[in-house]
Design a binder for this molecule. Structure first.
Ligand SMILES: [Zn+2]
Length: 249
């Protein structure tokens, strides 16, 4: 299990590629028992890899990593506890997500056959072939770095990658239909958000695209977005100025 988790203490910080393994730092450390959120856990030593907060990993009875506690650098009493959960989305967002069947069993047979025959079986290739319609898939990593879609201003073609010979401009991928938006892991297992999940607002076009979460990646997207055509109205050729009552003359 390798997962990603947003910091609860510092918006903008993401724990990447974490697992339930004991950290090198805690390998030979003597851990104390702590009551955290009503769970009895062992707390490791401060993880020196992080400097956004004082971070201590929490371990269960089998010495599997189960979560972490973050203490503010300024005020040790200001702390947040995060837990690993069954759903990768639940871990990422620290929400109660449920894990359902796989996405393939939800698709109409002809769609299922086509995607399988064409080998569109990774999240990226699958999504690439949904772009002309309303169906969307979302993986945990797409919530960390928001997908960008390229649209050709000449032929209208849409793709997750720039295509040679087309005049592609980037925009954030939109999610037009909530009922056709599926949250999946890399094995295409569908995860269902709780009703009050923040995930829907994260997918909104007006969302800051993660700038409060991952500034560096945001900059990359920003660079791509700078080539977007301006939303300002283009300077139109001078229009004859009709008096307001010209229609009733
Ligand atoms: Zn084109």
């Amino acid at each position: 299990m390798n997962v990603t988790m947003f910091s609860r203490l510092k918006p903008g910080f993401v724990y990447n590629d974490i697992s339930s393994d004991i950290t090198e730092n805690d390998m030979d450390a003597v851990a104390d028992t702590w009551d955290m959120d009503g769970r009895e856990v062992y707390r490791g030593t401060r993880d020196p890899r992080y400097d956004h907060a004082n971070v201590f990993w929490l371990y269960d009875d089998n010495l599997e990593r189960a979560g972490c506690v973050e203490h503010s650098l300024d005020d040790h009493a200001d702390m947040r506890i995060s837990w690993f959960r069954d759903s990768e989305f639940g871990t990422l967002l620290q929400e109660d997500w449920t894990v359902k069947d796989d996405l393939w069993s939800k698709l109409p047979q002809h769609v299922f056959d086509r995607f399988l025959n064409e080998g569109w079986t990774t999240p990226d290739t699958f999504l690439e072939h949904c772009l002309e319609g309303p169906m969307r898939i979302v993986t945990p990593s797409m919530l960390v770095v928001r997908p960008v879609v390229y649209t050709c201003s000449v032929c209208g073609r849409r793709s997750l990658k720039k295509k040679e010979g087309c005049s592609m401009f980037p925009s954030y991928l939109e999610f037009p239909d909530r009922s056709k938006t599926y949250f999946i892991d890399f094995d295409f297992v569908v995860h269902v958000p709780p009703d009050d999940s923040v995930v829907w607002s994260m997918l909104q076009p007006q969302h800051d695209g993660g700038s409060s979460r991952q500034p560096m990646q945001q900059e990359l997207v920003q660079e791509q977005m700078e080539s977007l055509p301006s939303l300002e109205p283009k300077s139109l050729p001078d229009q004859p100025q009709h008096p307001p009552n010209s229609l009733v003359e």
